[in-house]
Design a protein around this ligand. Structure first.
Ligand code: KIV
Length: 257
């Protein structure tokens, strides 16, 4: 049965929320059964397109991938990341959030928050578009990786920001690379679910980039657990194929008409 935002909210404090990224139907159809949320993350800029940052990803590209992902989903909630340049002001944010919803038939959008774009979140909510927030290490606004929420001052700022985002109407919030202590406090204070990435098991749910957990991205920071090594499996298969072609073992009669 298709998951609704309402049922997701009810999981807080009762059952962990499972989230993963997908950029195509081939992956989304495999992960759908095991996820509550499938995110078309703007991490596709790094993972698929080899871009140095997510900051230059355009709307057309993410909409294309979201359309593909949607085709593989039956159950999970589909959330689509808004590229940085698609929500620089409120008007543009609402127009583009509506476009994403209409063209991809997704359930919600996600934006990365900073202390200066709270009016944008408010405008998207006012337009009746479900939106997910994202605080801590936010690659659209921060160029250098840093674990967030270590000092008392940082902890207080993150807690205040999370409370504000909840008040403005986000239905969930991603906490990225925030210390366990701060993530725990935020998760205890908020009524909406917190979805952690590198932010400990104190969060109400977890998200990982699927390519990372499959061992396909070549990017494995401490917070990633590699559940398999697809890189190795693919290289072995391709090497065998190459050898077979060179040795004229492929195609065999079986593969020919
Ligand atoms: O773009 C992405 O994949 C994300 C997740 C890491 C939360 O925003």
């Amino acid at each position: 049965m298709k998951i609704k935002i309402k049922s997701l909210l009810k999981k807080k404090g009762k059952q962990k929320i499972v989230c993963l990224t997908a950029y195509s139907k081939s992956i989304s159809k495999l992960i759908d059964k095991y996820c509550d949320i499938v995110l078309v993350g703007d991490s596709l800029a790094n993972v698929l397109y080899g871009m140095k940052s997510t900051q230059d990803l355009d709307l057309k590209t993410i909409i294309g991938h979201a359309n593909s992902v949607k085709k593989g989903l039956k159950k999970s909630l589909l959330v689509v990341d808004m590229p940085k340049k698609s929500y620089l002001d409120s008007n543009r944010a609402v127009k583009n959030a509506k476009l994403i919803m209409k063209q991809t038939k997704c359930d919600a959008v996600k934006i990365e928050n900073n202390l200066k774009n709270q009016h944008i979140l408010k405008a998207i909510v006012k337009a009746k578009i479900p939106v997910m927030g994202h605080i801590g290490f936010t690659p659209q606004f921060k160029n250098k990786f840093k674990v967030e929420g270590k000092s008392l001052n940082e902890k207080k700022k993150l807690i205040d920001e999370a409370i504000k985002i909840e008040k403005l109407g986000a239905f969930a919030i991603v906490l990225e690379c925030i210390t366990e202590k701060t993530s725990k406090e935020i998760s205890q204070i908020l009524r909406i679910p917190t979805i952690g990435i590198g932010s400990s098991s104190a969060c109400d749910g977890q998200i990982l980039v699927t390519d990372d957990l499959l061992g396909l991205s070549g990017f494995y920071p401490k917070f990633v657990k590699k559940y398999t090594n697809l890189e190795k499996i693919i290289v072995k298969a391709v090497k065998n194929y190459s050898n077979d072609v060179l040795l004229k073992k492929f195609p065999s009669k079986k593969n020919s008409y």
